[in-house]
Design a protein around this ligand. Structure first.
Ligand code: SAM
Length: 191
């Protein structure tokens, strides 16, 4: 059985004090680390705010609220321009786990492929030409026809951050069906 995590319903702490302290430290390091890639401001199409701080904050939520572990295989649907991927590079175990990001906006995916994957080869990115009124109005795949390009049971964790809010309700149903197909038993969808 897989689980959907609604943000407001899961306040139970999943970390002990030591892990909590380590996670706080890691998130601070991510925010302060000027060697981590950040796209040029004019290329960021995923919303305002501090790119690195927002990513680090979400990494904290993934771990605290959803129990994300370094050896979990992660799928990031609507990964945009890598705002979640960059902090995850500092958490996911390079030799034990993979990250896959998909998004309809080719420019964002190209930046991620060019900037993140060479340093973190376990991080893959692909464009999926799904139609979206705001982000990809000329897309060749209708949202109801979207199929995730991954095998059944390939992931432990799926993130859809600020994506469902951009989809019509009937497409959310399609995405959920597909997410549950690609999640392993016990896997989690964080949206
Ligand atoms: C507000 S942005 C959030 C991006 C990223 N999740 C983040 O938090 O940085 C919304 C993203 O959803 C993507 N998107 C829009 N329609 C989509 C669809 N049908 N399937 C997957 N992603 C989609 C957009 O291209 C955009 O990158």
């Amino acid at each position: 059985m897989s689980q959907v995590l609604a943000f407001s319903n899961h306040d139970d702490p999943v970390l002990d004090a030591k892990s909590e302290q380590h996670l706080d430290w890691l998130c601070e390091q991510i925010i302060a680390n000027r060697f981590l890639p950040v796209p040029p401001e004019e290329a960021v199409f995923v919303g305002d705010g501090d790119y690195r701080a927002i990513g680090a904050e979400f990494l904290g939520h993934f771990v605290r609220r959803a129990g994300l572990m370094p050896d979990h295989d992660v799928l990031d649907i609507g990964c945009g321009i890598g705002r979640m991927a960059v902090p995850l590079t500092q958490y996911i175990d390079a030799s034990n786990a993979i990250y896959e990001g998909i998004d309809p906006v080719a420019n964002g995916i190209e930046w991620c492929k060019r900037t993140i994957s060479p340093a973190y080869p376990n991080f893959g990115f692909q464009t999926q030409d799904v139609k979206n009124a705001l982000y990809n109005p000329e897309g060749s795949i209708g949202g109801r026809g979207m199929r995730l390009p991954f095998q059944d049971g390939a992931f432990d964790f799926t993130a859809m951050i600020s994506v469902a809010t951009h989809l019509p309700p009937e497409e959310i149903e399609t995405y959920c069906t597909e997410v549950f197909r690609v999640l392993r038993p016990g896997g989690k969808l964080f949206l």
